[in-house]
Ligand binder design. Structure first.
Ligand SMILES: Cc1cc2nc3c(=O)[nH]c(=O)nc-3n(C[C@H](O)[C@H](O)[C@H](O)COP(=O)(O)O)c2cc1C
Ligand SMILES: Nc1ncnc2c1ncn2[C@@H]1O[C@H](COP(=O)(O)OP(=O)(O)O)[C@@H](O)[C@H]1O
Length: 334
């Protein structure tokens, strides 16, 4: 998959079959749209093109509104779309100038001139252009004049997309990873930089890699203890998207046989300080210094809620039980 971020230097697409959307989560509902995109492209021997926006249009157009956490950061979205066999991903820098284009200008100077699409696939309720005044009918009218086809994404698929996104967010926020992973059709994951903690973990026999998530918009599941798989993916933070794209060959499929098993706590750790929310992972059968590296964590199962223990001995006993429980859950999948 080629990722294009510069609108001034797009390639010449061959019979482009194009769809437009944010695809946050690239979940089971999105995958149906992608199947439709691929089957239309196959019919006309065309290339599949997904146009997406970054940052999220909501952020630019409705500034000041309560931010909805995102399920996939841009590099993660790229990784997932790549794994689905899309030919081109075009990432539009969604700024005020782009959002101020009128609907007709958007069709002629953006969709037509940049892509010369064979087919555009959009939802019947898709709106575009300044004030969101362009719709399916306007696109069809221009399609006839300029010579491209417009195809509709069925209503039930669109409804599924909206319902799934909301359900996945709600499920993760209440720690229901079983439901979230089912709607996603893959295991929810995030990446964090391993930073210093209180250095207490090692003294009780459970060193924990404390994670700092780079993208503040990324949805972090609700507090609690989870069984996870994790991999050290690179040194330092994601610096730019291209580094992730070049990483792709080694990181697909998303959970590799090299994943380590472990357990993670998300919470305020009432037993030891009880204030700042932290994310920390204890990896099983592992003993390396990974400070300054990035850990990708796949959240497989929820184990329990966070508890305030009477002291470190009680916490330690519970961690031993959590480890057994995590291993039981993780091994049962194999
Ligand atoms: C799997 C797991 C479960 C945990 N559960 C709790 C808990 O229920 N309550 C709590 O106060 N801290 C809990 N902790 C956090 C520990 O208090 C923490 O790992 C320990 O204080 C070490 O901190 P440090 O990494 O900053 O040195 C848990 C940690 C892990 C890895
Ligand atoms: N099995 C392991 N799981 C997690 N981290 C480990 C493990 N073995 C070694 N480490 C290293 O030890 C650090 C965690 O030790 P810990 O005493 O909890 O310190 P801190 O409070 O700084 O996280 C990790 O950041 C990592 O570099």
């Amino acid at each position: 998959m080629l990722v294009h971020r510069d609108l001034a230097h797009l390639p010449h697409f061959r019979n482009a079959v194009v769809t437009i959307g944010t695809f946050d989560g690239v979940h089971a509902g999105h995958r149906k749209i992608i199947e439709q995109l691929k089957s239309e492209a196959e019919k006309v021997h065309g290339e599949t093109v997904i146009i997406t926006f970054h940052p999220h249009p909501r952020k630019v157009v409705r500034e000041g509104q309560l931010a909805v956490p995102i399920l996939t950061t841009l590099p993660e979205k790229i990784t997932l779309l790549q794994s689905l066999g899309i030919d081109h991903l075009v990432v539009i820098p969604f700024d005020a100038a782009f959002s101020n284009q009128g609907a007709e200008e958007y069709i002629q100077h953006f969709l037509w001139e940049k892509f010369h699409p064979h087919t555009v696939i959009i939802g019947y309720d898709h709106k575009f252009g300044k004030g969101r005044c362009g719709d399916y009918h306007l696109l069809e009218k221009y399609g006839k004049q300029l010579g491209f086809e417009v195809k509709e994404i069925p209503e039930h698929v669109l409804n599924e997309v909206i319902i799934s996104s909301t359900r996945i967010r709600e499920a993760l926020l209440k720690s229901d990873v079983a439901a979230a992973n089912k709607f996603l059709s893959y295991t929810y994951f995030f990446e964090g930089l391993v930073v210093m903690g209180n250095q207490l973990g090692r003294t009780i026999g459970y060193p924990t890699a404390n994670l700092e998530i780079a993208d503040k918009e990324k949805l972090i599941p609700g507090n609690g203890v989870y069984a996870v798989e994790a991999e050290v993916v690179r040194n330092g933070h994601v610096s730019d998207v291209s580094s992730v794209v070049s990483d792709l060959g080694t990181n697909l499929p998303l959970t590799t046989p090299h994943s380590l098993k472990g357990m993670m706590n998300i919470g305020v750790r009432p037993t030891v300080d009880g204030t700042k929310r932290t994310i920390e992972v204890n990896l099983f059968d592992f003993d390396k210094d990974i400070y300054g590296q990035t850990l990708r964590v796949f959240i497989k199962h929820y184990i329990r809620g966070e508890v305030k223990f009477s002291g470190l001995d009680a916490l330690k006993a519970q961690l031993a039980a959590d480890k057994q429980q995590a291993l039981k859950l993780l091994n049962s999948e194999e």
